[in-house]
Design a protein around this ligand. Sequence first.
Ligand SMILES: Nc1ncnc2c1ncn2[C@@H]1O[C@H](COP(=O)(O)OP(=O)(O)O)[C@@H](O)[C@H]1O
Ligand SMILES: O=C(OP(=O)(O)O)[C@H](O)COP(=O)(O)O
Length: 400
Amino acid sequence: MSKKSVAQLSAADLAGKRVLVRADFNVPLDGNGAITDDTRIRAALPTIQDLINKGAKVILASHLGRPKGVDDKLRLTPVAQRLSQLLNRPVTKLDDCIGEAVVAHTQAMANGDVCLLENVRFHPEEEKNDPEFAKQLAACADVYVNDAFGTAHRAHASTAGVTQYLSPSVAGFLIEKELEYLQNAIEHPRRPLAAIVGGSKVSSKIGVIESLLEKVDKLLIGGGMVFTFYKARGLSVGKSLVEEDKLDLAKHLEAKAREKGVELLLPTDVVVADNFAADANSQVVSVEAIPDGWMGLDIGPASIELFQAALKDCKTVIWNGPMGVFEFDQFAKGTEAIARYLAELTGEGVSTIIGGGDSVAAVEKVGVADRMSHISTGGGASLELLEGKELPGIAALDDA
Ligand SMILES: Nc1ncnc2c1ncn2[C@@H]1O[C@H](COP(=O)(O)OP(=O)(O)O)[C@@H](O)[C@H]1O
Ligand SMILES: O=C(OP(=O)(O)O)[C@H](O)COP(=O)(O)O
């Protein structure tokens, strides 16, 4: 990597320094606010531990979810608790990420102390990459380390803007590790190369498909992403997730795939539910027969077979976004079947790369995470790398 790394900073550089570490602690939570998968917290430990060992004062920052203003359900308190258990030392959770109280706390920290700022997205200025907000964030620290690979595709104040005010600004071990694996896998993929894209972040991920069509041999679409494509084909999708303003794009993508000779596969059947709930009534229907008032929450059995047949001869598979609402057992079958199949393919020498907070949680739930070639903490970030884009959170760091 051509960016300066935390590995290049010695104890002499860091002892007594306040180090702002942007991590991606955007972890899945259950209905009671408990963390259901702590992969992203564990992934940040090597950088945090290294800074502690070098005598730094560690000030962690992250977002959680997509709050509109302050949202008590998206406070980082459970993350601080989990982190404290994993580090086996106290982690103080502060009530905000900027302001006098935050600065005062960081000035009183001892070497090796760790604190966690409150969700940076409680301030709308974060996502706007507002320079004044970035400056206020920087006021609590001397040095900046970005280790939030999962958020490196966002040009936000805590991932990009803050580097204007802190020097040095360096990459953490997680970002280094992710780039080392992904850049190689993506620049020289063994073919056929397939991407599987699902999940619910339709508006931010459907755009990625355009450039993926330049890179992949096969593209499999699942999860909440599929209904925008069906609707664009003129099918009725009931109450399923649809991005109305992406219908033309979906049509264009199907045409582009044909033109490029890329096999673009959509499910042929779906599991529909009469409401969004674990105990909803459900049935398997053809995609041409989604009843009014019902919503598609998983791919059906015929689609699982179709997808498995398409993946069979692939040498590299990149997967982001669950095939269905796997958090509810009755809509988890598509995701589980694809996860198990990819684990089998890995055993046969296929490179399998799984990215994204929920996708990783899904393969952990199935118990096959350790059978994949690479588990990436970034879904959108790994897709954007695959597209060939420069990630703003990395571009903003000091050159090596
Ligand atoms: N058909 C669907 N309708 C609504 N939500 C869905 C559907 N399929 C999957 N999801 C949801 O997508 C979410 C994950 O999407 P996303 O954030 O894009 O994935 P990742 O975190 O792996 O990048 C999960 O919470 C899952 O319940
Ligand atoms: O979960 C994340 O991305 P991912 O779902 O693409 O893996 C990151 O924390 C970024 O979150 P965002 O997509 O709300 O900016």
